[in-house]
Write a protein that binds this ligand. Structure first.
Ligand code: ADP
Ligand code: MG
Length: 314
């Protein structure tokens, strides 16, 4: 029998929604798309983002410490851990149900709480860039700066938001455990929200105030698991050049050198499509035969069958 293709799937914001009820509904659709791939004979590993969820948890924990003087503010690393468990819970529940609905009873589903080591010297710590949480007035923002040492930025005319550092992932601490589960045929959700960022201090791992980009964390996970495919599921069917202009050109098939040229031209927006294309290029270049695919959640099956999406290879 041919060896199953191993696929790491990175789920974006639209696979999870923005609120508790939205997430509950979204994971049902997401589970269908993922189980479709399992039925196609793929071995799937799942990772996901946490932008809205980590913002929501961070705000809730800040409200707790405002109301109760005995409760210190919750570190961002702990908020990421909470978001992993909350999203993992909804996803693993929906996946189990979808597998059972299709009479597949032999694939256990598990979420691995995953820490990812980052470099304390990563320049991203000096330049926090990732907005999280809700919008505030300037006055509320100045207050948050004083009270919690947050760094606040005005976000394109829409109000003020907290920005956090987004360092590159250096090492997945729980990779051995993840690999054992995947190798034994379990459906694993790992590196959620880009992983809990930690800094090594001797034997201690200290939580870092940061949120790692899930596209880069998923790329590292795919490399470490020797996956054949990295599939980044997002809100567009394909990546494009001249995006948002009448000259828009949707991309089907790209070599990594073509993709790098488009990156240099600034074709992909930082913070949204750019990290996806960068992660795709990195994965495809990491070993011969590795392919990355960027497409819509609902098109995951068509994508793996070669019918749509943007495919990036050497
Ligand atoms: P996710 O939550 O899946 O990471 P993002 O919003 O971060 O989603 O990134 C996907 C978005 O990137 C698309 O919805 C699209 O609006 C935007 N985007 C920016 N540049 C491009 C481009 N060149 N081609 C396609 N989409 C682009
Ligand atoms: Mg994103």
């Amino acid at each position: 029998m041919e060896k199953k293709k191993r696929i790491v799937i990175a789920l974006g914001g639209n696979a999870l929604g923005n609120t508790l009820p939205e997430q509950m509904a979204a994971v049902k659709i997401t589970a269908k798309a993922i189980v479709d791939l399992i039925e196609e004979g793929c071995q799937v590993v799942i990772s996901h983002g946490n932008g809205p969820q980590v913002g929501m948890i961070n705000n809730a924990m800040a409200a707790l410490s405002r109301e109760d003087a005995k409760q210190p503010n919750t570190p961002l690393s702990v908020c990421v851990a909470m978001s992993q468990a909350y999203i993992g819970y909804d996803l693993q529940n929906a996946l189990r149900e979808e597998l059972y609905n299709r009479n597949i009873y032999d694939i256990p589903v598990a979420t691995m709480i995953t820490q990812i080591r980052v470099d304390p010297e990563d320049p991203a710590f000096l330049n926090p860039s990732k907005p999280i949480g809700h919008f505030m007035t300037e006055e509320q923002a100045r207050n948050a700066e004083k009270k919690y040492d947050y760094i606040m930025r005005e976000d394109s005319g829409r109000g003020w938001r907290r920005v956090v550092a987004s360092p590159k992932p250096a090492e997945i601490i729980e990779i051995g455990a993840i690999r054992s589960l995947v190798d034994s045929g379990q459906l694993v959700i790992a590196c959620g929200g880009g992983g809990i960022p930690v800094i090594r201090q001797g034997n201690h791992l200290k939580g870092a105030s940061a949120v790692i980009d899930k596209d880069f964390a998923s790329c590292l996970l795919a490399e470490e698991l020797d996956a054949d495919y990295l599939i980044i599921l997002t809100a567009v069917e394909k990546a494009a050049i001249h995006f948002g202009t009448p000259e828009v050109e949707w991309l089907d098939d790209l070599t990594t050198s073509q993709a790098r040229k488009y990156i240099e031209e600034g074709q992909f927006a930082p913070g949204s499509m750019l990290p996806k294309v960068q992660a795709a290029v990195r994965f495809a270049d990491s070993k011969e035969g590795r392919t990355a695919l960027i497409t819509l959640l609902e098109k995951a099956k068509d994508g793996i069958l070669g019918k749509t999406g943007t495919r990036i290879h050497q």
